[in-house]
Design a protein around this ligand. Structure first.
Ligand SMILES: [Fe+2]
Length: 325
């Protein structure tokens, strides 16, 4: 029996199945889309599959800038990365994370509506005036981190996804940009295509039948993966001795949208709820002079509401769980 098969903890409870999902890997690599020339095709692929991969979404200069940002902030602000004495318990086994870099680094602002990925994100959420910011973070699986044993899961979901018509636009989507090269042997992101309309991975496995596959998404630095947060996904471990850096940005859908349920055709989808109760937007973005940018940053949680009411008091921010500078 292989090492992979001996590692248990699969969702089905069947010990013959691999630890990370059902072990049914896709035979080939998925199609890549050029975000600047194939936006419509990329959106159609996402609507059908629940994810899409965009090639060369970041330039060499942008990659150098972001990697230098990682190096500099890990050196100068180790606590922000959970390095050292204040390592955060909820991030153990997930590598390093810099949770809210936008709070203190306006030099990152040009990335929040990136010219390669954002037009596609906006189209998938129903148009530029419907796209909303949710969260922005940087992550690193350091060299030699060893297995993390993350299993397939979905992120935040809305119950109506299982029954509403039409399904799209999705409720939230996440953009993962690879900042280092990934390939067999490095940790990588993996998805189960078309799994976003099932409650459990086992249901998807049974319903999709032959079509059920787990797709590792490899690509050079600069590759961007967009996925519906309802799509089952994981981080495959690789061989544990290579580092991987990623930029993760979550977006939500804004506005009210006519839809239908099996019981009524008069259903109206509300704006997607906030993703977390702790994520904060800095004053320069939340109260931006451009109404278009203010709308983009308009999905405030209660922590944000209190922070705004305090006049963005640093003491209020510091009392929040990930508010450290
Ligand atoms: Fe996830």
């Amino acid at each position: 029996m292989s090492v992979v098969l001996e590692r248990q903890a699969n969702l089905s409870g069947d010990p013959r199945l691999a630890a990370q999902g059902f072990g049914k890997r896709a035979p080939g690599a998925p199609r890549l889309f050029d975000p600047r020339r194939e936006a419509d095709e990329a959106c159609a692929f996402f609507a059908a599959e629940g994810y899409v991969v965009l090639s060369e979404a970041l330039s060499a200069d942008e990659l150098a800038f972001l990697n230098a940002f990682f190096d500099r902030t890990q050196r100068e602000h180790p606590d922000a990365w959970g390095l050292g004495a204040r390592r955060k318990p909820h991030h153990r086994n997930q590598g390093l994370i810099y949770s809210q870099p936008l709070l203190d680094h306006p030099e990152l602002d040009p990335f929040v509506r990136h010219p390669a990925s954002f037009p596609i994100v906006a189209q998938l959420l129903g148009g530029e005036d419907r796209a909303r910011f949710a969260e922005f973070n940087f992550r690193e699986t350091p060299k030699g981190a060893g297995p993390g044993a993350m299993n397939f899961h979905h992120d935040a979901v809305r119950e109506d996804r299982l029954v509403r018509t039409p399904y799209m636009p999705c409720d939230w989507l996440c953009a993962i940009h690879y900042l280092t090269d990934t390939g067999p042997g490095t940790p990588c992101f993996a998805v189960v295509p078309r799994s976003n309309r099932y409650e459990t991975l086992k249901e998807a496995y049974e319903a999709l039948g032959e079509a059920y596959v787990e797709v590792p998404l490899y690509g050079p630095a600069g590759t961007c993966i967009l996925y519906d947060t309802a799509t089952f996904h994981t981080r495959l471990d690789g061989e544990g001795d290579a580092a991987r850096r990623t930029w993760h940005q979550y977006y939500a859908r804004g506005g009210w949208l006519r839809s239908a349920l099996p019981t009524t055709d008069r259903y109206i989808r509300p704006p997607t709820p906030v993703l977390t109760d702790w994520n904060l937007f800095p004053e320069r973005l939340a109260l931006h002079p451009d109404p278009k940018i203010r709308l983009f940053f308009s999905h405030w949680n209660t922590a944000q509401g209190e922070w705004v009411a305090s006049g963005f008091d640093p003491a209020v921010r510091a009392a929040m769980p990930r508010g450290e500078q």
